[in-house]
Design a protein around this ligand. Structure first.
Ligand code: HEC
Ligand code: HEC
Ligand code: HEC
Ligand code: HEC
Ligand code: HEC
Length: 610
């Protein structure tokens, strides 16, 4: 049989709505609207309660007292003047880093697996202010000051004047209240002018003055504008030597680095994920007076494919949410219609009698809480908008290219070419098994509209159908042999010989108390424990790979018009891993609801009679 290569030998391009089961946008409406499920409270509460196992708290730094007394200013204080930057930052993954319930679940499990030996390692990057204040790791989130819940907050980057290199987030934030100097890439001419016009701008540059509290100085620190600044946190080596994040490794040898393009240009510029220059505008607005409107502005959303899946009452920061305690928020069932007009009027009229926990017995409280949730979900959508753009900008999905004859009774062979458009690092970057999943979902519909074949679909909990899928393991679903998935993996050594895949770089151990075992060769030579390695499946900068598919002939019996549809899907965690660390059902559900779909298209092909 003659094999011909067709470039997208299709008749027309369709809207994809009719092909994929539920459009994610509709699911968000459901989230904002009516769906009601289990309460999340108790289980999720636990995840914020600090570590389950009490770990040896490291020796107390003699300066601990000084640090904890000198208040570190929260981002909300900076917001007085830098409101626009604050609004960008507050929906960023940086702002989410320490409130992320997945972070806590994951940290907990790794602490259990390593018998507590990991100490504050994870917190260094995820809650830098808290670590600098020497906070007890066992303390629950709600006993920590706002600034340490803020994760990678303003002062994490703007109260730093040392180059830390690849030190895994062990940074020292200069202590001091709001008046202490901050570090930027420019000198303080403008700031000095503002401070010398105190009466006009109504600012206070020390404790004894009245007015809006301002930093008395801005000191030049050029490293802030360079990629090296990001490296300390974006290159992660875990004891005893495995690399969890390898963005820096990839960037260092990339075409972008050669050209001098920085992380900041792609992640803080005008175009999400591309070096498209910066916009200009005032960075500070004091009492309605914009300062220095021609200044270069760096977008503090830090564009990326991640998204929050915490309770929308506690992230992003919302001053109106402060009326309620964090613990109470976790009992507020935002998926039910609590606080909505129709629902509440039915409650008042006795038509329904939902059981509210005592914290939410009061109608006015529920109404106030609903307003916060609505506002915060709107903010999530703002983040989603950028996320969508960066994923669209990161890749090309070309095709389908058909390589078989389009005839009934024949296998239908085709492929897509997936290309990493990013010259800066891999797609996705090196986060390992634990992290980003990017895969293709491809569907073929027969002339009657029946879904006859699919790859990249998900099982009953939302996992793709590889060996991790519970449905595949239990024989309830077929393994997806043709799955195209860019997720990287950890391989560890089995009890005896041979590699096996495991979610964490911890050697598989039949001991009752597994722990990270030392390899039998010095780690300094291998840079990782013996037998543990990382298998990357990601695309190198500007690299491409074919996603090949073959629909078996027995499914292609009828001639007529078939549809082939594709979408590129992205989420920060696979479900099996979330389950492994003990994520709640609500976290899992939210991750599934907000999966990012991009590069959607559907084509029609004519399958001829043989
Ligand atoms: C050196 C800094 C650093 C350290 C230490 C670190 N992380 Fe991270 N973590 C990061 C960065 C950077 C990302 C973002 C990666 C991305 O988006 O590709 C991240 C992302 C994550 C995420 C996914 C985002 C989310 O909140 O759901 C989780 C979970 C996480 N880290 C858990 C941990 C745990 C657990 C530890 C300790 C074992 C740890 N991290 C240690 C820097 C660090
Ligand atoms: C009362 C107003 C006010 C508050 C509060 C405030 N700033 Fe500023 N900030 C300014 C002004 C005015 C400038 C000068 C703007 C310019 O140079 O265009 C400035 C400049 C900066 C710069 C740029 C420095 C440079 O030279 O590159 C940074 C960074 C900065 N602020 C961070 C912060 C942080 C972090 C906080 C909170 C800890 C904060 N600011 C709180 C008013 C304020
Ligand atoms: C992850 C690090 C990081 C965090 C967190 C961060 N910034 Fe920045 N900020 C930067 C970088 C990088 C620049 C750009 C430096 C350059 O090249 O000029 C910048 C620039 C600025 C500027 C100068 C104006 C501009 O847009 O370039 C101000 C003001 C500022 N930041 C304030 C804040 C405030 C307020 C917060 C918290 C709400 C904050 N930053 C959080 C890294 C950070
Ligand atoms: C103090 C540590 C720290 C520094 C410094 C830092 N980051 Fe991050 N960054 C993180 C962590 C931790 C996460 C993941 C947070 C989470 O999702 O829980 C992250 C996430 C991100 C993401 C993923 C966003 C998303 O939504 O998917 C991007 C992009 C990013 N950082 C860029 C930068 C750039 C650019 C710089 C330098 C200007 C920088 N970061 C500096 C710790 C840091
Ligand atoms: C030429 C543009 C470009 C440069 C330079 C660049 N990035 Fe990215 N980055 C992207 C794009 C596009 C994505 C989205 C696709 C993806 O997930 O890889 C991304 C995603 C990310 C992510 C989150 C998801 C992932 O892939 O793990 C992190 C974290 C990140 N970049 C950090 C950095 C850091 C740190 C630097 C500098 C060392 C950097 N980037 C340099 C374009 C760039």
């Amino acid at each position: 049989m003659r094999k011909a290569i067709f470039y997208a030998g299709f008749l027309s391009i369709l809207a994809t709505q009719s092909v994929f089961a539920v459009d994610p946008a509709e699911r968000h409406e459901a989230l904002l609207g009516t769906a009601n499920d289990e309460l999340l409270a108790d289980e999720e509460l636990k995840s914020y309660q600090g570590q389950k196992k009490t770990v040896a708290v490291h020796k107390v730094d003699p300066h601990a007292g000084v640090y904890s007394k000198s208040q570190f200013p929260s981002a909300t204080q900076c917001a007085t003047c830098h409101k626009e930057i604050f609004d960008e930052w507050k929906i960023s993954s940086h702002a989410y880093a320490s409130i992320s319930p997945m972070f806590h679940k994951f940290e907990n499990i790794i602490n259990v697996l390593t018998s507590g030996s990991i100490q504050n390692f994870c917190m260094r990057c995820h809650a830098s202010a808290g670590v600098t204040m020497n906070e007890d790791r066992v303390k629950p989130m709600w006993e920590r000051p706002q600034v340490s819940r803020e994760g990678i907050t303003c002062i994490t980057c703007h109260r730093i004047n040392e180059e830390f290199g690849k030190v895994n987030g062990e940074r020292r934030i200069n202590p001091g209240d709001i008046h202490s100097p901050i570090f930027g890439t420019q000198d303080d001419q403008i700031l000095t002018k503002v401070i010398s016009n105190k009466d006009f701008y109504k600012v206070a540059s020390n404790k004894n003055e009245t007015g809006m509290k301002i930093h008395a100085k801005a000191i030049e620190f050029k490293t802030l504008g360079k990629s090296e600044f990001c490296m300390g946190c974006h290159q992660v080596a875990v004891y005893p030597g495995i690399k969890l994040e390898v963005v820096w490794d990839q960037y260092r040898t990339s075409p972008a680095h050669k050209k001098g393009t920085t992380c900041q240009e792609c992640h803080m510029g005008k175009v999400p994920g591309m070096a498209g220059g910066y916009r200009t505008g005032p960075t500070a607005v004091l009492n309605g007076k914009p300062i220095n409107p021609g200044r270069t502005r760096h977008n503090h959303v830090f564009y990326g494919p991640g998204y929050p899946y915490s309770h929308p009452g506690i992230f992003p920061y919302n001053p109106r949410a402060q009326k309620f305690k964090m613990q109470d928020w976790l009992k507020f069932n935002y998926r039910a219609n609590w606080g909505k007009k129709d629902f509440e009027s039915r409650v008042q009229r006795g038509l329904i009698d939902p059981k509210f926990p005592k914290e939410w017995d009061d109608l006015d409280d529920r109404i106030d809480a609903r307003k916060v949730v609505n506002q915060n979900l709107k903010d999530w959508k703002r983040k989603e908008h950028y996320r969508h753009q960066i994923i669209e900008n990161s890749a090309d999905v070309d095709g389908p290219y058909f390589t078989s004859d389009l005839e009934a009774g024949e296998d239908l062979d085709f492929h897509f070419v997936v290309r990493n458009k990013n010259p800066g690092h891999n797609l996705p970057s090196g986060s390992l098994g634990a992290q980003p999943q990017l895969w293709l979902n491809v569907v073929v519909l027969d002339p009657s509209g029946k879904r006859i074949w699919e790859s990249g679909h998900t099982d009953s909990v939302g996992d793709v159908l590889d060996l991790h899928s519970v449905d595949v393991q239990q024989g309830k679903a077929k393994h997806d042999d043709q799955l195209f998935n860019l997720q990287s993996r950890f391989l560890v050594t089995n009890v005896k010989g041979t590699d096996r895949e495991f979610y964490l770089p911890v050697n598989f151990d039949i001991d009752q108390l597994p722990h990270i075992r030392q390899g039998n060769a010095p780690n300094t030579l291998l840079n990782h424990p013996a037998f543990v390695r990382m298998e990357q499946h990601s695309l190198p900068p500007l690299g491409e790979r074919k996603a090949k598919y073959s629909v078996p002939s027995e499914l292609m019996t009828k001639p007529g018009k078939y549809k082939v549809a594709v979408r590129f899907r992205s989420r920060p965690e696979p479900i099996y891993f979330m389950k492994f660390v003990g994520a709640t059902n609500d976290m899992i559900r939210t991750v599934n609801e907000w999966i990012g779909d991009s590069h959607k298209k559907a084509v029609v092909i004519e399958i001829k009679k043989p």
